[in-house]
Design a protein around this ligand. Structure first.
Ligand code: ADP
Ligand code: MG
Ligand code: MG
Length: 252
């Protein structure tokens, strides 16, 4: 589904990704782990097309298409979703209105009919049921006064509505409380599907206690240095990232 080949990228003239290669398969949950500052968020942001990054070498193809040649909106329309690491609050803007606007923008970009409010409400009810959520978050302003767990539920709800082919979840390195972690994990588990790939970026193994990834990739020094199954996450938790560095460059 997504193939990254020899990706080099810089931020402000500093090279962060140094020849990163990675393949994501539909139906699978891929976890990216790695030390702080390794370039995990950089990777997610580059896939989604966020500003501020310069790709100097390498390629990313998404379903056979050159992803780097597409605008961020075109990537979203093609089915790439990146959740915000720090969700914005939009006081005064009703969450239902916001979500419908986002969904219809995506549908317009795909040349699909926009949903009217009745059709949208029907879809909302379906998705709430899939995620076992109640509708209380929908009547409030976007993220305003939401707890960490509520913001995550809202983000997952957005994901459910937009039905991306590739969902990238970049989890903060700190401060996700257990409620928020569970919200993310339950959402991912409910929205796993044979057509969808997840890229779950996380610093700690903790999140992976609730989501069993199909593959774990370790990003260190701007590259994927190790790929394994769920046991790799547990080994990292036990031995830390120094252990992997030693294995990657034993002479160091
Ligand atoms: P991770 O998510 O793995 O913790 P990041 O991708 O956020 O790492 O950052 C990788 C490196 O890039 C870090 O050294 C960070 O300081 C640097 N970096 C990230 N964003 C910027 C930016 N906007 N300007 C300058 N340096 C940045
Ligand atoms: Mg970080
Ligand atoms: Mg990060």
């Amino acid at each position: 589904m997504l193939k990254i080949d020899n990706l080099h990228a810089s931020v402000g003239g500093k090279e962060i990704l140094k020849g990163l290669s990675l393949e994501l398969q539909p139906g699978r949950v891929h976890a990216i782990m790695g030390p702080n500052g390794a370039g995990k968020s950089t990777l997610g942001n580059i896939i989604a097309g966020r500003e501020g990054y310069e790709v100097t070498e390498g390629s990313i193809t998404f379903q056979g298409q050159d992803l780097l040649g597409l605008e961020p909106e075109e990537r979203a329309a093609a089915g790439v979703f990146l959740a915000f690491q720090y969700p914005v609050e939009i006081p005064g803007v009703n969450n239902t209105y916001f979500l419908r606007t986002a969904l219809n923008a995506q549908r317009r970009a795909r040349g699909e009919q926009e949903l009217d409010s009745m059709q949208f409400l029907k879809l909302v009810r379906e998705k709430l049921a899939v995620l076992h959520l109640r509708d209380e978050l929908l009547h409030r302003a976007v993220n305003e006064g939401f707890s960490g767990g509520e913001k995550k539920r809202n983000e997952i709800f957005q994901l459910a509505l937009l039905e991306p082919k590739l969902a990238i979840l970049d989890e903060t390195d700190s401060g996700l409380d257990i409620d928020a972690l569970k919200a993310v994990a339950e959402g991912v588990n409910a929205l796993r599907s044979p057509e969808r790939a997840f890229l779950v970026i996380t610093h700690y193994q903790r999140l992976l206690d609730y989501i069993t990834p199909d593959e774990v990739h370790v990003l260190a020094d701007g590259r994927i240095v190790e790929t394994g199954g769920p046991e790799l996450a547990r080994e990292l938790e036990q031995h830390g990232y120094e252990w992997i560095k030693d294995r990657v460059s034993p002479e160091a």
